[in-house]
Write a protein that binds this ligand. Structure first.
Ligand code: G3H
Ligand code: 13P
Ligand code: ZN
Length: 311
């Protein structure tokens, strides 16, 4: 069923588990996300970035997700990821998104607050909930480019003031993750101390972006069939579990799906040099993405949190 994200995140916050927000830009990714969540009886958030919307077309993409969400046995929310402007927010609300993120974290505190308030006023009037961001994540992912030395951890007092004054429903914070496949130079580390401080004073669902695991297992599967991905590291499972323990309720994953997709396409094409049926080529990729979503749902602790487990 298609639901408002607030109902998903309020339960997650109360029950101290994380709900996965997975990025999609096409049919197969969306199927992988929703099928995995159904299989594990987990609530799930399907997210589309501005780039994904540009790629697929907003009507196509939103209708695809909404159609599948309505048929699903589990709660599904449709979310705009990293909306950068009031215009894209309005466009998504027009197309029945259940929540939007306004990411003005690159602006000054004052400007971020001003734009977020404007979005909150507009969205709330229409029953749509708003995620905002305070602090800055490092990383490069299409439209989101922040150099490592420009990343800024979220200041707990600023977060409290921002959450209170903006009226947003969920808050993305920066505690050491970054977008993309190249997250940590040395040992992966998250500022759980900052998270704890924020969680004590900001009483709303907190969001972790840049949370992909970038597992060696998947990198190796890509490289086994001719890929040349560097053996990098993402956020290890134990750090994700700690973040959830200390009140992260929404966890964003995109890179892991991209890597699994690539592994599937590469494996199929290398093993079937005579193959040219798109359904077979992408079908294997879809299975692999579904596997990733299932693994992550288990790590986040949202398995069986959709409805009471079946007897
Ligand atoms: O957090 C960012 C997402 O991975 C979106 O990336 O803008 O390339 O779709 P994208
Ligand atoms: P990853 O690049 O770690 O998958 O993060 C995705 C994300 O934060 C989407 O908003
Ligand atoms: Zn993000």
């Amino acid at each position: 069923m298609l639901v408002n994200i607030n109902s998903i995140l309020a339960k997650a916050r109360q029950g101290r588990y994380g709900v996965g927000a997975f990025n999609t830009s096409n049919l197969e990714i969306t199927q992988a996300i929703i099928q995995a969540a159904e299989l594990l009886n987990a609530p799930v958030i399907v997210a589309t970035s501005e780039k994904a919307i540009q790629y697929a077309g907003i009507e196509n993409l939103s209708q695809l997700v909404i159609t599948m969400a309505k048929k699903a046995k589990i709660p599904v929310a449709l979310h705009l990821d990293h909306g950068k402007s009031f215009d894209i927010v309005k466009e998504c609300i027009k197309h029945n998104y259940t929540s939007v993120m306004i990411d003005a974290s690159h602006l000054s505190f004052k400007e971020n607050l001003r734009l977020t308030k404007q979005v909150v006023k507009y969205a709330h009037k229409r029953g749509v909930s708003v995620e905002a961001e305070i602090g800055r994540l490092a990383g490069i992912e299409d439209d989101i480019k922040v150099k490592k030395d420009e990343a800024i951890y979220t200041d707990p007092d600023e977060a409290k003031r921002f959450a209170h004054e903006s009226g947003c429903d969920a808050l993305a914070i920066a505690i050491g993750t970054s977008h993309g496949a190249y997250k940590f130079k040395g040992k992966p580390k998250l500022r759980i101390d900052i998270l704890k401080e924020i969680a004590e004073i900001v009483k709303m669902p907190l969001v972790l972006h840049g949370a992909s695991g970038v597992k060696i297992k998947w990198i190796s599967r890509v490289n086994k069939f001719g890929g040349q991905l560097a053996h990098t590291r993402g956020v290890p499972d134990n750090l994700i579990k700690q973040a959830v323990k200390y009140s992260i309720s929404k966890i964003n994953t995109d890179t892991d799906l991209r890597i699994a997709f690539t592994a599937g396409v590469r494996e199929y094409l290398i093993k079937n040099p005579e193959g040219f049926d798109p359904r077979k080529i992408i079908g294997l990729a879809r299975d692999m993405m579904q596997q990733v979503v299932e693994d992550r749902i288990k790590i986040f602790g949202s398995k069986n949190k959709a409805l009471p487990p079946l007897p």
